[in-house]
Ligand binder design. Structure first.
Ligand code: 1GP
Length: 229
């Protein structure tokens, strides 16, 4: 049974990137709360199912963040479906979802699915380019997106995404201040324990991705920084 309310720290693994068995073992045994499998490009059914099979050797919950319908693999513990709230290519708001639901809608187990309202703020992020995200938002606009997701759409997760760049903790704080029911996920550019700890002051859940592939030692230190040793 998945309890997202308890997630303070998660690692995000990209099926399109190589990770050795030794490093995967360290990540899965690190004490993190869950593994999210997801990426923006190069994600296929085959590389997703391979990674699921490898993570499945461990007790850690394994969650798929769905980025394209062709790479939806059954057997994950839970599924996260992003809606990019600030996408200017409108297909990333609902059109892709409707296409997926036309194909697989009758098969979905809705008690295993949660929708994430993404706000992408790093213009260099692959996801920003793909979705044409309007990243030049001021704090009031970001808060309005937060209220849209939290109050109007009643989404369970607001995901502040800076993928590849470390964000502004003050923006995280301000966004958090307007959320009443949604969990706030922060992801982007965390490369040290201090950064992870700083973002965890405001974000409910801190997501650590790229540094896993760049500096496994630093990646592992973020767990205790967020969850306390
Ligand atoms: C990416 O938010 C995650 O979707 C984590 O970002 O890879 O920059 O850590 P990084």
């Amino acid at each position: 049974m998945i309890n997202m309310e308890e997630w303070r720290h998660v690692f995000k693994l990209d099926p399109d990137k190589e990770i050795s068995d030794e490093h995967l073992d360290k990540i899965c045994e690190s004490g993190t709360d869950a593994i999210i499998v997801g990426g923006t490009s190069g994600v296929s059914f085959d590389n997703t199912i391979d990674l699921l099979a490898r993570v499945r050797r461990y007790l850690i919950p394994c969650i798929l963040e769905v980025s394209n319908v062709q790479a939806v693999v059954p057997g994950f513990d839970y599924y996260l479906v992003p809606i990019v709230l600030n996408a200017e290519k409108s297909e990333w708001i609902f059109q892709r979802h409707v296409e997926g639901l036309m194909e697989y809608g009758s098969l979905v187990k809705w008690n295993e699915v949660a929708t994430e309202g993404y706000i992408i703020l790093n213009p260099e992020a692959e996801a920003a380019r793909l979705t044409g995200a309007k990243t030049s938002l001021d704090t009031e606009e970001i808060k309005a997106y937060g209220r849209l997701a939290d109050q109007m759409l009643k989404l369970p997760i607001v995901y502040l995404e800076y993928s590849g760049a470390y964000g502004d903790p003050e923006i995280v704080r301000q966004l958090k201040s307007v959320l009443h029911q949604a969990r706030l996920f922060y992801g982007g550019g965390i490369r040290s324990a201090d950064q992870a700890q700083e973002m965890s002051n405001w974000a409910d859940t801190v997501v650590v991705g790229n540094v896993i592939y760049e500096d496994i030692g630093q990646a592992l230190k973020t767990v205790a920084a967020v969850k306390g040793s």
